[in-house]
Ligand binder design. Structure first.
Ligand code: NAI
Ligand code: COI
Length: 404
């Protein structure tokens, strides 16, 4: 998909809508009785993972099922282990059966991986390694992370209302390169006999060019403003990044390109986030800046993501981790995962109406005052993960299908 993708990313009405991306292997399928006769069938690989992952995936699955039944779509779900749960079950953080199932499906929805239990494992036996292997295996190099401050949640932002209100940005994060994957890496001993750990931040021209094009396409469909974030005053990989992004800009004369060092970008995001429309950045800076951006919107529990490659199924996941501090307590906010399911429908399957139905349902549940603890404020109704899911389901059921 990606380089020729029609990215679809002007957000906020209600979330991140516009034209769908290409469809991935839509198949005609089984007919069954339901509100609408299913015309399409998709196989979705669910990877609940660890911590709050299974809790939020269970909500998103029900939301997808109900939405599908109302939109003439039937989903075949296959649940596979990844991360710590796969380590416990099979001894590997990404069993080959999981990767193979993911590759053969139409889209992949992941909860989160990781937890204290596996924190001291060797690198190749860490849950996080499984997630990196999955992203690499699916070749999903373009990670779209939208961060919009919903009017309903302005009060949940940690920033002042006048700073947070109206923020609507998209972080385009490079996902399969940079320091998370660069070699050499490892542990060794230096000339003084001190133990050292080392990693390599490395980008090739083709990796920068393809993510830059995705970012320019994204910006073009939004406000036409792209800010490339790097550390080109210090890092060679960033110097090449800046050179290539500048070169690719000549293909997009209608997009206004600016460059910013990452330390300044981190500061500007909390000083004046409305100056940003689309941000493109490398793997590690994108990871950090999108977590920072999430707090402007109220909570990391609200932010979804879509990871796309040139072909094959996309990977959709909330940007948060497994939140071991609240796992198993029915406290997790499932909305980031529900919204990731909406991104799956839009970007992964081209099912725009179904995506809009889910996004409208999330807004409706918020409008009716339901809040999990992370976004709760006085005057609203505090609910747990399951109850929030039930409210979204009620809203899915009651929403009039959005017009195409
Ligand atoms: N994509 C993934 O699967 C990721 C996995 N991780 C892993 O997750 C584990 C925990 O990492 P942390 O640094 O603590 O990050 P985290 O994102 O799991 O949690 C950070 C804070 O946000 C809260 N939080 C996160 N998601 C929430 C939700 N849906 N609702 C309400 N509160 C939520 C947590 O309770 C915690 O206080 C680690 O093992 C880490 O490696 C971290 C980031 C991404
Ligand atoms: C391998 C992951 C735990 C890295 C991460 O934090 C993320 O990409 O969200």
């Amino acid at each position: 998909m990606a380089a020729s993708l029609q990215l679809n990313v002007r957000s906020f009405e209600p979330f991140f809508q516009s034209k769908p991306l290409s469809k991935h292997s839509p198949r005609l399928g089984t007919i069954r009785c339901s509100t609408a006769t299913p015309q399409k069938r998709y196989t979705i690989t669910l990877l609940p993972g660890d911590g709050i992952g299974p809790e939020v995936i269970s909500v998103a699955k029900e939301v997808l099922k109900l939405t599908g039944s109302l939109e003439g779509i039937e989903f075949g779900f296959q649940e596979m282990p990844v991360g710590g749960s796969a380590l416990d079950l099979i001894g590997l953080p990404l069993p080959k059966e999981t990767l193979s199932a993911a590759k053969q499906s139409d889209a992949v929805l992941l909860g989160a991986i990781g937890g204290y239990k596996w924190d001291n494992n060797e690198k190749h036996l860490k849950p996080e390694t499984g997630l990196l292997q999955l992203r690499e295996g699916l070749k999903v190099f373009a990670n779209l992370r939208p961060a919009s401050v919903l009017p309903q949640l302005v009060d949940a932002s940690t920033l002042k209302k006048e700073i947070a209100e109206g923020v609507d940005l998209m972080v385009v994060r490079e996902l399969t390169g940079g320091i998370y994957f660069g070699k050499p890496r490892g542990f060794s001993t230096n000339e003084n006999g001190d133990e050292i750990g080392f990693n390599t931040e490395v980008y090739a021209t083709y990796e920068i060019d393809r993510i830059a094009r995705i970012a320019f396409e994204t910006a073009r469909k939004r406000c036409g403003k792209l800010c490339s974030v790097d550390k080109a005053n210090v890092l060679e990989a960033s110097m090449l990044w800046r050179k290539r992004v500048t070169a690719i800009a000549s293909e997009y004369p209608d997009v206004e390109l600016s460059h910013m060092y990452v330390d300044n970008a981190a500061m500007q995001l909390v000083r004046n986030p409305k100056q940003f429309d689309t941000i493109v950045t490398n793997n590690i800076f994108g990871d950090i800046l999108s977590d920072e951006a999430s707090m402007i919107t109220g909570s990391i529990g609200m932010l979804p993501s879509a990871s796309l490659g040139e072909s094959g199924p996309g990977l959709f996941e909330p940007i948060h981790g497994s939140a071991p501090d609240i796992a198993g307590q029915d406290k997790a906010n499932p909305l980031a995962t529900v919204l990731s399911a909406a991104m799956l429908l839009r970007y992964g399957l081209g099912e725009e109406n179904a995506a809009k139905r889910i996004e409208a349902a999330v807004l409706d549940a918020l409008n009716r005052g339901f809040r999990t603890g992370d976004i709760h404020s006085a005057g609203n109704k505090l609910v747990g993960c399951k109850a929030m899911g039930d409210e979204v389901l009620k809203s899915v059921d009651s929403q009039i299908p959005a017009a195409v």
